[in-house]
Design a protein around this ligand. Structure first.
Ligand SMILES: Cc1cc2nc3c(=O)[nH]c(=O)nc-3n(C[C@H](O)[C@H](O)[C@H](O)COP(=O)(O)OP(=O)(O)OC[C@H]3O[C@@H](n4cnc5c(N)ncnc54)[C@H](O)[C@@H]3O)c2cc1C
Ligand SMILES: NC(=O)c1ccc[n+]([C@@H]2O[C@H](COP(=O)([O-])OP(=O)(O)OC[C@H]3O[C@@H](n4cnc5c(N)ncnc54)[C@H](O)[C@@H]3O)[C@@H](O)[C@H]2O)c1
Length: 488
């Protein structure tokens, strides 16, 4: 047994499985492999736990929670609501990130029997990873069965004159900053932009959003519209159809030239313009793959080279670009870890759609909650995506404000829900809910999509009265009572 949890330099060089990147995805691949009896090492360049724990999901949700809870209280009759203590929120965020210490996650590796090598891992040939430690020393790890690349993604910085030199924030700074900037310009209109504009404006930063298109453009149109209206109502300056054309940092802050001719003065600029794969310096070229590219994989997460799976190489999580979400990376990791074990032990591989060893949901049913206020919760197809796929869908909408459940839940509730039904099969293929506290509605929709539950059967899934989930009944009514009849 090798030493686990701390650097094991000079000890075991050969393992059944080598995992590069110990983010939420890499940890889960390793956990499954070890549970299946395979010796496993993970290589980590920074903190065990990766982006989600320290610079993404967890700190951003910690920053968002108090503002949305405060507004929820303001919308409840008779509650006297005080202000928001920004310092206390930042302190809470620091606790949620364990003050950027990975001790507890390293303990988990130790307890689980997973070895850890700290340093930067690179492929240096078939089944071979060379790790360079912070002191420059190197060691070579060989994999008997599989190498799993789980190196995630990082923020893209667009080629805007002056932006790279202006010490602009990326999502790392946007989730870990120790002080609230007086004035913040956010470049981008996607998920990171909307969540962090919400969080920092709640903490009393004066926020301007510069977005090329409508907000949250990958979602149903009404999502971006409702989030935008709410941000504007709270004093955020949301400008769409514009770009930053030049950014310069001077002694008094940052000067942002906007494509519409206006100029903004800010204390910080947050770049939230999408992600790039963590494959720049991963040695991909040594095994015939392209450095710096997203990695294509088959449904069992094996890397495709010239369209064919490489039998020992897996890419799991953000860097395969299938669904850049923590829960989806962990889902892929469960499938990948299990199939690595199956292939190593000669067990049957269950790779039919929805089998144990494939990540079928990546293409059919990816759930996501955007933790803005209102929240945006979606799964499966949007109307635009269904049209693009040439699917004959029926789209029905419901105004959430009309429910008894929302009427008692919050004064002045606004929100909308939408269901997409595949006409040929009579099953739900997409759902979107936008409103306060809709996040927890989403899993019912995910089950309906994954389970391909016939709409006729959904009429028998009766939502409790008076809850927000009664929107399901209203959506079915919009489809028509005839859909309750079992199809011939
Ligand atoms: C601001 C923000 C908020 C988000 N909020 C949510 C959310 O609420 N819910 C959600 O589901 N998703 C959210 N996401 C997305 C989520 O963070 C990612 O999908 C997830 O972290 C990806 O996990 P991963 O394991 O693939 O990569 P990462 O978490 O990035 O892990 C990769 C690890 O590999 C290490 N590494 C990289 N290269 C090497 C190398 N060569 N050698 C050794 N180690 C290496 C890195 O140090 C890192 O620890 C958010 C993203 C951002 C930016
Ligand atoms: N709650 C959550 O689930 C959550 C929260 C945050 C992030 N994430 C995930 O992290 C990933 C990254 O989020 P993101 O917001 O960075 O990406 P995104 O793809 O959601 O949005 C990118 C935005 O940047 C804009 N953009 C792209 N290039 C630009 C340019 N050159 N100049 C100006 N704007 C430009 C796009 O128009 C878009 O508005 C996403 O996959 C997202 O799902 C998830």
């Amino acid at each position: 047994m090798t030493e686990t949890g701390s650097d094991v330099a000079g000890q075991q060089q050969e393992y059944d499985v080598v995992v590069v990147g110990a983010g939420s995805t890499g940890e889960n691949v390793a956990g499954q492999a070890v549970a299946g009896g395979l010796s496993t090492v993970v290589v980590e360049a920074e903190l065990v736990g990766g982006d989600c724990s320290y610079w993404a999901c967890m700190p951003s949700k910690a920053l968002l929670r108090s503002g949305s809870a405060r507004r929820a209280a303001q919308r409840a009759a008779g509650v006297e609501v005080g202000g928001l203590d920004a310092r206390a929120v930042l302190d809470h965020r620091d606790e949620v990130t364990s003050h950027w210490s990975d001790d507890s996650q390293v303990s988990w590796l130790e307890q689980t029997g997973i070895d850890l090598v700290r340093g930067h891992g690179r492929l240096t040939g078939e089944r071979e990873v060379t790790v360079t430690a912070a002191d420059g020393s190197t060691r070579v790890l060989r994999a008997r069965h599989a190498v799993a690349l789980c190196t995630g993604s990082s923020a893209t910085v667009p080629d805007v004159p002056g932006l790279r030199d202006s010490r602009s924030w990326t999502s790392h700074d946007g989730t870990s900053a120790g002080e609230v900037p007086g004035r913040l310009v956010v470049v981008g209109g996607g998920v990171v932009a909307c969540e962090l504009a919400t969080a920092w404006s709640d903490l009393r930063s004066t926020v301007t959003v510069l977005a090329r298109s409508e907000l949250l453009s990958g979602n149903e149109d009404f999502a971006g519209r409702l989030v935008r209206e709410a941000l504007v109502e709270r004093g955020v300056d949301v400008r769409t159809g514009v770009q930053a054309s030049e950014v310069r940092r001077g002694p008094d802050g940052v000067r942002v030239q906007v494509s519409d001719g206006s100029v903004l003065e800010a204390d910080e600029v947050l770049v939230a313009a999408g992600r790039r794969p963590g494959t720049d310096d991963l040695g991909l070229a040594t095994v015939g793959l392209e450095d710096g590219a997203w990695l294509d994989v088959d449904d069992t997460l094996r890397v495709l080279r010239d369209g064919e799976p490489v039998d020992w190489l897996y890419a799991v999580g953000d860097l395969n670009h299938r669904a850049m979400l923590t829960h989806q990376g962990k889902y892929q990791a469960r499938a990948a870890g299990d199939v690595i074990v199956a292939r190593a032990t000669g067990a049957a591989v269950d790779d039919a759609p929805w089998g144990a060893h494939v990540a079928t949901a990546d293409a059919r049913a990816v759930p996501q909650v955007v933790f803005t206020d209102p929240e945006v919760a979606s799964v499966g197809l949007t109307t635009a995506a269904a049209q693009e796929a040439g699917l004959d869908v029926r789209v029905v909408d419901h105004d959430l404000a009309s429910l008894a459940g929302t009427y008692v839940h919050a004064q002045g509730y606004t929100g909308q829900s939408r269901l997409l039904v595949d006409e040929a099969r009579g099953v739900v293929v997409g759902a979107t809910f936008v409103g306060q506290d809709v996040a927890e509605l989403l899993h019912a929709a995910t089950i309906a999509v994954v389970g391909e539950v016939p709409v006729s059967r959904l009429w028998h899934a009766v939502p409790s009265y008076p809850t927000i989930s009664e929107t399901w009944l209203r959506l079915l009514e919009a489809l028509g009572r005839d859909t309750a009849r079992t199809r011939p």
